[in-house]
Design a protein around this ligand. Structure first.
Ligand SMILES: [Fe+2]
Ligand SMILES: [Fe+2]
Length: 137
């Protein structure tokens, strides 16, 4: 299972958000590893709980930051977070029904891990110039 790691192309200009992204990516990699190695339901379930709660906390923090720094894509970012939560909930329900099937592992990889890293690169990083503007003014 290939893993994705945080790299400097994901810098948002806010260190605490970068640290949260590192944590989310690490746990998504752990989740994929646990699912594809056929770990028990309890282990996968607790990773899903941890990840879901942390993602919600992160989205709240990041949305506050985008509002504070008057980021023009704040609303677009918040809408994308809502989509992620819908997808996450659906995948969580699928796991509860079927366990970690190969199909679910593929979906978690593409719809959570790859989605998150491309969202960070395309959307979250747009916060960086806004942070600079506010600091300079
Ligand atoms: Fe975001
Ligand atoms: Fe983010």
């Amino acid at each position: 299972m290939p893993t994705i790691n945080w790299d400097p192309s994901m810098t948002t200009g806010v260190e605490s958000l970068d640290n949260q992204h590192k944590q989310l990516i690490a746990w998504l990699n752990d989740l994929l590893g646990a699912m594809s190695r056929g770990r028990g339901r309890a282990e996968v379930s607790s990773l899903l709980d941890k990840l879901g709660g942390y993602a919600m906390m992160h989205f709240d923090n990041e949305e506050d930051c985008m509002t504070r720094y008057k980021c023009p894509i704040a609303a677009q970012n918040a809408a994308a977070h809502k989509d992620f939560v819908v997808t996450f909930t659906a995948l969580r329900e699928e796991f509860d029904r079927t366990g970690a099937t190969a199909h679910l592992v593929v979906r978690v990889e593409s719809e959570l891990l790859r989605w998150l890293t491309s969202h960070i690169k395309r959307t979250d990083t747009q916060l960086a110039p806004c942070v600079k503007n506010i600091v300079v003014q």
